[in-house]
Design a protein around this ligand. Structure first.
Ligand SMILES: [Fe+2]
Ligand SMILES: [Fe+2]
Length: 155
């Protein structure tokens, strides 16, 4: 579990990306260990997206931040796309098949998504009066059907 209440928005993204890099570095040397790292990455990524949707966005929308509602809709659509790519890659990783193309698809979607959030949401989050409690609440997120058929559960 890399995400905790003390992390800021940007650090959560960096932590997720770091886990993905560690997985990639390991996959040639040790496929089993790489799979474990991939599952950790997937778990943290899901937790982060769930946290954004269930905790962060409602707070931002409630505070009536200008232009946030459109951004939130865009982000939710991107989350579904990222989840699909994550599933596709997980299938390959589980079967220890060549997965470079799927990795590339996922990481480029993820980086684009994170850049959008950093540009659009980061400043809004920084101004939020509930910023501290929002970040602390990430620990309350449990896996309860973000995607019911998804086989990587949140640890
Ligand atoms: Fe997101
Ligand atoms: Fe994010």
């Amino acid at each position: 579990m890399i995400l905790d209440g003390s992390k800021n928005f940007d650090e959560q993204h960096k932590g997720i990306n770091r886990l993905f890099k560690e997985y990639q570095d390991l996959k040639v040397k040790d496929a089993n260990k790489a799979k474990e790292l991939f599952e950790k990455f997937a778990s943290n990524l899901q937790r982060h997206m769930l946290w954004e949707e269930r905790i962060l966005f409602p707070i931002l929308l409630q505070e009536g931040c200008d232009n946030t509602s459109h951004a939130v809709e865009v982000i939710k659509v991107e989350h579904r796309k990222i989840l699909q790519l994550l599933k596709k890659l997980y299938l390959k990783v589980s079967q220890k098949e060549e997965s470079s193309r799927e990795e590339e698809e996922l990481i480029s979607a993820l980086i684009k998504h994170e850049e959008f959030e950093d540009d659009v949401l980061h400043p809004v989050v920084d101004r939020s009066s509930k910023k501290k409690e929002a970040f602390e609440a990430i620990l309350d997120i449990s896996y309860e059907g973000f995607e019911e058929d998804f086989s990587i559960t949140i640890d």
